[in-house]
Design a protein around this ligand. Structure first.
Ligand SMILES: [Zn+2]
Ligand SMILES: [Zn+2]
Length: 449
């Protein structure tokens, strides 16, 4: 979950889903009827593996690795998957691991994804397995911490691999375990993450029919949160360079001052969200995060540079807002006799778009695994996640798992990316149950081809 997941504390203002009943008859039975046959036994298998999941999580937490450097973590994962008899491919898109578990039929194929990278954050959390690791990052030495909880994701998916392996003989399809590097951090000059794993063919051979993933965060302990369609924002990154003509600050009329033009552009950009988009259909956010110009008080500079990000929740909105940014910046600049050069970075991510029918089918499964009153519908979340790249290719569902301490007020919990971020061990089993059940329900939930 990228930078703005620090705001995930807002997720606590969720609504208990009032309309579960409408989904309860989608082929999996009422949530209150108890486990249907494909899900029976998941709780017991998850409980068996729970101590290992906790131990793995603590071990990975104490040995965090930055994006594209998850060498130790990947070795731990690969050894475990091999011990379960899975077909394992290593070194996928740098340090990624893919494990294939073939059940009693080849298809359908469901993928489960965990990310493995840590962040350049100095850990301040008071836990006995706190990280003391330092590493090189973009040419300097930094502290490293699993401040986004990807240690939990990795350990949970290792546990799921063990649960599903135990049911291999009856599993009506294939499960592909995708352990992904570099979701949150990687050196500026390196490609990585979900997009690179897709390029490496992770969704092919065998072709993946659907994909599931989860993210931990400061929601109430053991709670699962989800949202159909746009759940997390498409992240777009842009720069604008406003070029005027340099002159003496005492005689601005002798040049073209790009500073007030840049100021007008910033205000103009803010009217895109507030005045031009239909915010009743989907929210959007536009932020200018950097602004730089000039060398001294009495020189009108030649240029102003700024950069920003915008967040959208509908696939088509991304291109639309980009067009409006370009038009606004260029028109304001040209109206003042200057020029504005707008460019959009390749570093963004698409919207985390949860397939509506897949989500509806899986909601009763999630409720059964989380327990009644522990499933929440989340509002749109303006952070991004590169899981979205998988969802551009195949139907997918990305859920959130509450890992606040039991009984703690999530609103007071340290958010993801905080140096105080912690994950409650006792909530991990809910993640193991949920991902295991999603895979089994998906595979068993349709006729075997
Ligand atoms: Zn993150
Ligand atoms: Zn994350």
């Amino acid at each position: 979950m990228e930078g703005r997941c620090a705001r995930s504390g807002r997720l606590v203002r969720l609504l208990i889903l009032p309309f579960l009943a409408q989904w309860a008859s989608t082929g999996l039975g009422s949530p209150r009827e108890g486990p249907v046959p494909p899900l029976r036994g998941i709780e017991r298998l998850a409980a068996n593996v729970e101590p290992k999941v906790v131990a793995w999580r603590r071990d990975i937490h104490q040995h965090p690795e930055l994006g594209n450097r998850e060498v130790r973590t990947a070795a731990l994962v690969a050894a475990h998957l091999r011990s379960l008899g899975l077909e394992v491919t290593t070194g996928v898109a740098h340090t990624g691991i893919v494990g294939i578990l073939r059940g009693r039929s080849a298809s359908p194929v469901v993928a489960l994804r965990a990310d493995m990278d840590a962040l350049p954050v100095k850990e301040l959390a008071d836990v006995p397995f706190a990280s003391r690791v330092r590493a090189q990052y973009n040419g300097r030495e930094v502290d490293v911490m699993h401040a986004c909880g990807h240690d939990a994701h990795t350990a949970i998916l290792m546990g799921v691999a063990e649960v599903l392996s135990a049911r291999r003989a009856t599993l009506p399809g294939t499960v592909k375990f995708v352990f992904q590097p570099a979701e949150d951090s990687r050196p500026d000059d390196e490609a990585g993450g979900a997009a690179e794993m897709i390029k490496a063919g992770v969704l092919d051979q065998p072709k993946v029919d659907a994909i599931f993933g989860l993210h931990v965060g400061p929601l109430p302990h053991g709670t699962i949160a989800y949202r159909p369609q746009g759940a997390m924002a498409a992240v777009s990154v842009f720069t604008i360079s406003v070029a005027g003509r340099q002159t003496h600050g005492a005689m601005p009329w002798a040049g073209i001052d790009p500073i007030p033009i840049a100021a007008q552009i910033i205000l103009g950009l803010q009217t895109i969200v507030s005045r031009q988009l239909d915010l009743t259909s989907a929210p959007a956010v536009l932020t200018i995060g950097t602004l730089s110009a000039g060398t001294q008080n009495n020189i009108v500079p030649a240029k102003v540079n700024m950069s920003g990000t915008f967040r959208t929740f509908v696939p088509a909105a991304r291109e639309d807002v980009a067009t409006r940014i370009r038009r606004t910046a260029e028109s304001i600049a040209s109206g003042a006799g200057a020029t504005a050069e707008v460019s959009f970075s390749d570093n963004g991510t698409p919207v985390v778009f949860n397939d509506p029918s897949l989500t509806a089918r899986m909601v009763p499964v999630l409720e059964r695994m989380a327990g009644e009153d522990h499933l929440m519908l989340m509002p749109p979340f303006t952070a991004g996640e590169d899981f979205a790249f998988f969802q551009e290719r195949v139907p997918g569902l990305f859920i959130f798992l509450g890992t606040s301490a039991p009984g703690a007020d999530p609103a007071r919990a340290a958010p993801n990316h905080s140096p105080y971020f912690t994950v409650a061990d006792s909530a991990l089993i809910v993640g193991v149950r949920a991902l295991s059940a999603l895979a089994i329900a998906y595979l068993g939930d349709r006729p075997t081809r």
